[in-house]
Design a protein around this ligand. Structure first.
Ligand SMILES: Cc1ncc(COP(=O)(O)O)c(C=O)c1O
Length: 404
């Protein structure tokens, strides 16, 4: 494994993260690790731009342009045009804005089509949108049948590209095409895809997308999220959150709302500059990496983990919950076990950090920028030990914290 790490073209990136010694970090799909440059970047934003520049920094440090500037950088990671992506708000809020806009752009169609077990915020936002808009309903259809469920009643197909729990990946191009064939729009949640798997939104003709800043983009806890609106839709869609930052000329302070041209109309309030500063550092770091190497490594790490777990942890009741075909999964792998929570707690106590997703999933994220092949080997070694010794049975591993 050390030889594989030595030959890894992405190996130098590991030193660009401030990872604690002795930790095998397999939860970058929940909260990405801290880039070394982030603290200095935020310190500069705080002490120089805020402290010295004060309000002048909205212009002088281009704080006001940060949502579009960082959005343009993310666009390069997801195969979008630079003017199609914006950093703003949370993934949940962006989903709300785009979903309402999309439903309104398909009058006469009543269905928001999604799958049961989609990430909860996606389902809750869709339910809220259906409550808000007369005649609109949410229809949840299992993924095996979702393509066939798209029909003339579908306003929007709303799916998460890589499933947060199982890691299963939809065929975004095929489903988007199918939605278009039936006159519907497709809205994708890319939270577990961006920086994890190859994305080409333009080639896949994706209409709308949202994604997270704090996972593979390493933007820090609660980092602002991004949204994508395909160029051809930008003039016709309108945001339901008509704040002054999305106004055509916010600093004219007019009484009446007029949407900004382009994707900027999906801004709402004042951008969170400290969060944007941290996110920009994370995105810049990812942009330094060769994209093909990044996604090849995601595949190699997940494949290695699955193989090692099956070879070395057999007989302990673990079941693979993630597709074996690398093209059908993202960059995390989930294992089912009736005692998944206690086992994960025991792993964390041994420095192997993944997470637990109720009711029975042990989830391991493999972030190609800083996870190495030897990490995977050691992680599985400790998993085997925890299972063999029954260490997880200790009372201290049975309690559940607020965040699992
Ligand atoms: C698929 C997906 N969507 C959205 C979110 C989170 O949204 P928010 O940042 O608004 O909490 C997550 C968080 O894990 C997620 O996995």
């Amino acid at each position: 494994m050390h030889r594989r790490d030595a030959a890894d073209p992405l190996r130098p990136f590991r030193a660009r993260f401030a990872l604690p010694d002795g930790i095998r970090y397999f939860d970058g799909n929940s909260l990405g690790a801290l880039p070394v440059d982030t603290a200095a970047g935020i310190a500069r934003t705080v002490t120089e731009e805020w402290g010295q520049g004060l309000v002048r920094s909205w212009n002088d440090a281009d704080w006001i342009g940060a949502p579009q500037r960082v959005g343009a950088k993310i666009a390069r990671l997801i195969g979008a045009q630079t003017h199609e992506v914006l950093v703003a708000d949370s993934t949940s809020a962006n989903l709300y804005k785009l979903l309402v806009a999309a439903v309104r752009a398909r009058p006469g169609r009543r269905v928001i089509l999604t799958e049961p077990g989609n990430f909860p915020t996606d389902l809750y936002i869709a339910q809220g949108v259906a409550d808000l808009l007369p005649g609109i309903e949410v229809r949840s259809v299992p993924r095996e049948r979702i393509a066939d469920a798209i029909d003339a009643t579908t306003a929007v197909l709303m799916l998460t590209h890589v499933h947060y729990k199982s890691g299963a990946r939809f065929d975004m191009a095929a489903l988007t095409r199918r939605a278009h064939d039936h006159g519907a729009l497709a809205l994708w949640d890319l939270s577990h895809s961006t920086g994890a798997v190859a994305l080409d939104l333009r080639a896949d003709q994706v209409d709308l997308a949202v994604g997270c800043g704090y996972k593979y983009l390493n933007g820090g806890p609660g980092a602002p999220a991004f949204l994508y609106v395909a160029e051809h839709l930008q003039a016709t869609l309108s945001s339901p959150l008509t704040g002054w930052m999305g106004h055509a000329a916010g600093f004219r302070f007019e009484d009446d709302y007029a949407p900004a041209p382009g994707v900027s109309r999906f801004l709402c309030g004042t951008p969170p500059i400290l969060g944007l500063s941290a996110l920009e550092t994370g995105v810049d770091l990812m942009l330094e990496a060769d994209r093909a190497a990044l996604f090849a490594k995601s595949e190699a790490l997940t494949t290695l983990f699955i193989a090692l777990v099956e070879q070395r942890c057999a007989g302990h009741g673990l079941a693979l919950a993630t597709p074996r075909d690398p093209a059908a999964r993202g960059s995390h792998v989930s294992l089912r076990h009736a005692e998944a929570h206690a086992i994960m707690q025991a792993l964390i106590a041994r420095g192997v950090i993944g997470d637990f997703r109720a009711p029975d999933i042990l989830r391991f994220g493999f972030t190609p920028l800083y996870v190495g092949y030897a990490d995977v080997w050691h992680g599985v070694d400790i998993l085997r030990d925890v299972l063999q010794t029954g260490e997880w049975r200790q009372a201290r591993f049975q309690q559940r914290a607020a965040v699992t």
